[in-house]
Design a protein around this ligand. Structure first.
Ligand code: ACO
Length: 423
């Protein structure tokens, strides 16, 4: 194949270099387009735009493939654990036993929050949405670690921040949960695994099977290449803003129900269907009605147009967790019925709409005892190593630039100001 594509603009033809990734994905390098022709590209929602070259996560939406650093998600979910996967994402290779042990100890060593952060978390109303608390407390950490605010983090800074944020966001989520119920916080226990410690800080539960189920969920959420929140992290980080505010930006982007907020929205949708008699058909009809803004939450994906491999793993995990916890949740039956009906419906088939990672995750979180409005905060804990890895890769890329897209202006052309009495 040629190394260049030709773009014919009528009076001018230019060569656009072709870039090929390690999995054969091709792109046209348009970085010189405007300078040479005056044209820009217009791509609403960045559907066709590669914003960077990345070696972290590969996914192929048509084939339903997801790999972190080359390792299939199925293998990692089956055999790894969340901290090992986090290390893999951040450093690019699986850790040795000594590296994993030292990283695990380092994460566990951040077992308290600065007193001021505890006070900030405790000051929020009990009814506050956990995502707002988490985003605020994360950016507030910047006030306590001024040594990490400089524009050029060193390798040692990045190592430290990685372990520190992995630990501290977990502490913030658990503390706010306890506070919101009027319960005293439970101290982090460095002898427990990441997930067992979290469950202990929340519910005083250290059941190994339950912790394993949570660990799998976190692994499945750990990275997903250039999605809305990862792109936000890269956009904020591209200005050399500090890591606390950069990650806080990712949390904010994740909150929306078209993204991470879908897990909460799915459960609310299933509850509503149950309260209305458990009939999935009316929800499907609403989702298909173009006059109605309602969408089938947990269905569809910008990239997966075959199936979401994470959804397959979660569905199996969901059955296991409910069995282990002896939970008989009618919402699971409604979800399965809804999925079966949607997968046979011409509307969903034609648009290649399949259940995504969030369709079943909420049912597991609910079985674990996590309140519905905390589901998206759980997603944050899972996605954090991905965001930190995207941030690290960005900051280590010598070709990285501040993100600054262009636009096609469609507003008024120049006109003269009129005094208020003349309008
Ligand atoms: N229910 C009903 N119709 C849908 C749904 C849905 N969940 N998702 C997409 N469609 C329809 C659209 O209306 C559109 O129909 P049209 O071609 O007749 O206009 C067509 O399918 C294509 O959808 P787009 O909105 O163009 O797809 P896009 O890639 O922009 O959006 C998104 C993807 C945001 C995930 C969308 O499918 C959606 O809103 N799903 C529900 C929310 C959700 O589950 N989000 C979580 C995503 S996973 C994650 O972020 C972790």
């Amino acid at each position: 194949m040629a190394n260049n594509a030709k773009l014919d603009l009528g009076d001018k033809t230019i060569d656009l270099p072709i870039i090929e990734g390690s999995e054969g994905e091709k792109a046209l390098d348009i970085s010189k387009l405007r300078g040479e022709t005056g044209f820009i590209t217009l791509d609403n929602g960045f559907v066709n735009t590669g914003s960077c070259q990345s070696a972290i996560t590969f996914l192929n939406g048509e084939k339903g493939i997801l790999r972190y650093r080359g390792y299939p998600i199925e293998q990692l979910a089956e055999s790894s654990n969340f901290l090992e996967v986090s290390w893999l994402l951040f450093y690019g290779e699986l850790p040795t036993a000594a590296e994993l042990e030292s990283f695990t100890k380092k994460v566990a060593s951040f077992n308290t929050l600065p007193e001021g952060i505890e006070k900030i978390v405790d000051t929020f109303p009990k009814t506050a949405h956990p995502m707002g608390v988490l985003s605020s407390a994360t950016v507030a950490l910047s006030a306590y670690y001024e040594n990490h605010l400089g524009p050029q983090p060193t390798d040692a800074d990045k190592d430290e921040l990685f372990a520190q944020l992995m630990a501290q966001l977990k502490l913030i989520v658990a503390r706010f949960y306890r506070k919101s119920l009027g319960l005293a916080p439970i101290a982090s226990d460095p002898s427990l695994s990441y997930s067992a410690d979290f469950l202990n800080m929340m519910f005083e539960n250290t059941d190994a099977d339950v912790a394993k189920a949570l660990d799998v969920l976190l692994i499945l959420h750990a990275d997903h290449e250039q999605n809305c929140s990862a792109s936000t992290v890269r956009v904020v980080g591209s200005s050399h803003a500090n890591v606390f505010t950069t990650i806080s930006g990712g949390i904010d982007a994740l909150w929306g129900q078209l993204h991470g907020g879908a897990n909460q929205a799915v459960l609310e949708m299933l509850e509503q269907i149950k309260n209305e008699g458990g009939n999935a058909s009316s929800a499907l009809a609403k989702a298909k009605d173009k006059e109605d803004p309602f969408k089938l939450m947990g269905f569809g994906h910008r990239v997966y147009k075959n199936f979401d491999p994470r959804a397959k793993i979660i569905k199996v995990a969901c059955d296991k967790v409910l069995e282990k916890l002896n939970v008989n949740d009618p919402l699971l039956e409604i979800a399965k019925g809804l999925e079966a009906e949607a997968l046979q419906d011409d509307y969903f088939v034609a648009r290649k709409l399949y259940p995504n990672v969030d369709f079943y995750s909420g049912i597991i979180y609910k079985a674990l005892g996590i309140p519905t409005n905390m589901f998206t905060a759980m997603f944050v804990l899972g996605r954090l190593p991905g965001w930190l890895s995207q941030w690290k890769e960005l900051r280590e890329d010598p070709s990285a630039k501040i993100c600054r897209p262009r636009q096609i202006y469609i507003g008024q052309t120049e006109r003269n100001y009129k005094k208020i009495e003349d309008r």
